[in-house]
Design a protein around this ligand. Sequence first.
Ligand code: KIV
Ligand code: NA
Length: 264
Amino acid sequence: PIRRTTTPQIRARKGGDPIVSLTSYHAHTAAIVDKYADFILVGDSLGMVMHGMDSTVGVPLDLMIMHGRAVVRGTKRALIVVDMPFGSYEESPNMAFRNAATVMKETGCGAIKLEGGARMAETIHFLVQRGIPVMAHIGLTPQSSHVMGGFKTQGRDEDTWDAHIADAVAVAQAGAFAVVVEGVVEPLADKITAAVEIPTIGIGASRNCDGQILVLEDMLGLNPWVPKFVKKYGALGPMIEQAVSDYAGEVRDRSFPGDDQVYR
Ligand code: KIV
Ligand code: NA
């Protein structure tokens, strides 16, 4: 049997070959990503990307579990990391453990991710000590968008850098095996990467992070608008539109179904 990538293997990639990761929410896309990615994140971005929400704040735990299961079923190599949604872990280490254990048991994922730096260090330590590998997430943390006043690039003011670096150091010391660094200016991301001995996974961060992650649907070009940090490697939106419009036209002019699509 092919064994999945483990959290210590990801941890050991610090300073080595770049870690490749993408999000995925479904068995079919996950099966493709599984051939190329070191880990796959079932991100709570699914609330916005797949379910039409304005932010990730409304994503419930059971939705993460359903998508997490689908991704685990569709894959066999990559480490699967599932996001803990807003409201499922912040209150206390006990609450975080209970919900994270449920996610791991019900999905079969290998790790969870949660947002927050120094303020979440106690919780990260509590979870890791009890068998739950944690990926941290600092910088722009979308679950705090109502406090931050939107999705704002962090670190434009150099006075804030020490706090962000302290966040990274705190989650690393607490036992996180890697840390997502999102939406920060590149020189700050570089300082963060230099400050910790765990891999930094950048998104809108730096060319020098230990790995990179993007939202799959964004890089595939499914959505017309994407943030500056996304590079579109595909044009799925226009491709789907063309296919749907061709189909509609052929149904209307009775060229579909054709000879090949009927049982004689
Ligand atoms: O939810 C998500 O997709 C994420 C990544 C963008 C890091 O947290
Ligand atoms: Na997320």
